[in-house]
Design a protein around this ligand. Structure first.
Ligand code: PAP
Length: 316
């Protein structure tokens, strides 16, 4: 069904009925997802995404962070909080709450957290928010605005997959481990939350090439290799270049995995239902997939990666 049809769905009942008839499938044999506009997600998330797409009006100062799952979202959120919300001692928001509290993920809203979705509409400008949704389903007001900026972060697919596998194994309500073979299969078929992965990355990649002033495309690995360079790039893109080296160093330290991991708020507590805050901070190692994937899995994933990225100019 097309987007035009969706926009005519006015009441909750119609939306629920619409979602019920969408194609559905299991991720890792455990989580039921449905497919809307080519993206696989939880039904509640699809519902929120539909509303967001149909109703959101952007403000020229908005900054939208975007990512597939487990590609560096938390890190990027922390960095942008420091750059946009202040970097002084008394302004250290990261001590108070996990970055996901300060930069809400729009489509997660009410269903998985206690952050009211209205917060998105009432937060002061410049608004800083995040989505895991692919570019194609973003509201037109965001896509058509030359001013509203988007920062996208991508990551190596095998590390993304392993990070995702650990994350879902950590969810409180999941009793048994997700079989890795199943997760690999789902990832390759694109049937995973916010999948398919490659289309997600490529859409933002292509858009960023067309409109570099609007979309900044980052890679997790680049941030690991040269965080200074990448964080400076982010600050410049946001129109907030660092005045001195000290401020830049402070952001790097404040947002480092070691520091975020050690904060009480991230060690305990749970912003998302069934998800301990600590599960957002694991190893942060490039190439950790080597510790988990069999040679067969590696071969399968390498094949699909080179096939999907062929001709795009993007390497992951
Ligand atoms: P999300 O999409 O669910 O919000 P996201 O933050 O993108 O999750 O992914 C978590 C990964 O980023 C974890 O990777 P790992 O499983 O391979 O270890 C996590 O460790 C890593 N991560 C979180 N915060 C940081 C940080 N400050 N620096 C580097 N890596 C980080």
């Amino acid at each position: 069904m097309s987007c035009d049809k969706e926009l005519t769905l006015h009441n909750e009942g119609d939306i629920e009925k619409f979602i019920e008839q969408l194609p559905s499938a299991l991720f890792g044999d455990k989580i039921e997802l449905c497919q809307w506009e080519g993206v696989w997600c939880w039904p509640t998330t699809i519902k929120a995404a539909m509303k967001f797409k149909a109703t959101f009006k952007t403000d020229p100062n908005d900054v939208l962070l975007a990512s597939a799952m487990k590609t560096g979202t938390t890190w990027l959120k922390a960095i942008c909080v420091c750059i946009m919300r202040g970097n002084k001692e008394e302004e250290d928001l990261l001590i108070k709450d996990i970055p996901h509290f300060h930069v809400p993920t729009i489509e997660i809203g009410n269903s998985f957290t206690n952050i009211p979705i209205d917060h998105l509409y009432t937060m002061p400008s410049p608004r800083l928010f995040h989505t895991h949704l692919p570019y194609r389903v973003l509201p037109d007001s965001i896509k058509n605005s030359d001013n509203c900026k988007i920062i996208y972060i991508a990551r190596n697919p095998m590390d993304t997959l392993i990070s995702m596998w650990h994350f879902f194994n950590n969810m409180k309500r999941v009793e048994n481990f997700f079989p890795l073979e199943k997760v690999v299969e789902c990832f390759c078929n694109g049937v995973h939350p916010y999948g398919p992965f490659f289309e997600h990355v490529l859409e933002y990649w292509e858009e960023s090439k067309q409109r570099p002033q609007k979309i900044l495309f980052l890679k997790y690995e680049d941030l690991k290799i040269d965080p200074k360079k990448e964080v400076e790039k982010i600050a410049l893109f946001l129109g907030k270049p660092f005045g001195n080296e000290e401020d830049l160093e402070k952001v790097l330290w404040r947002c480092s995995l070691e520091r975020l991991k050690s904060l009480e708020v991230n060690k305990s507590g749970s912003l998302l239902t069934n998800v301990p805050n600590s599960s957002f901070f694991r190893k942060g190692v490039v190439g950790d997939w080597k510790n988990y994937l069999t040679p067969e899995m590696e071969e399968k994933l390498e094949k699909i990666t080179s096939m999907k990225l062929q001709g795009s100019g993007l390497e992951l």
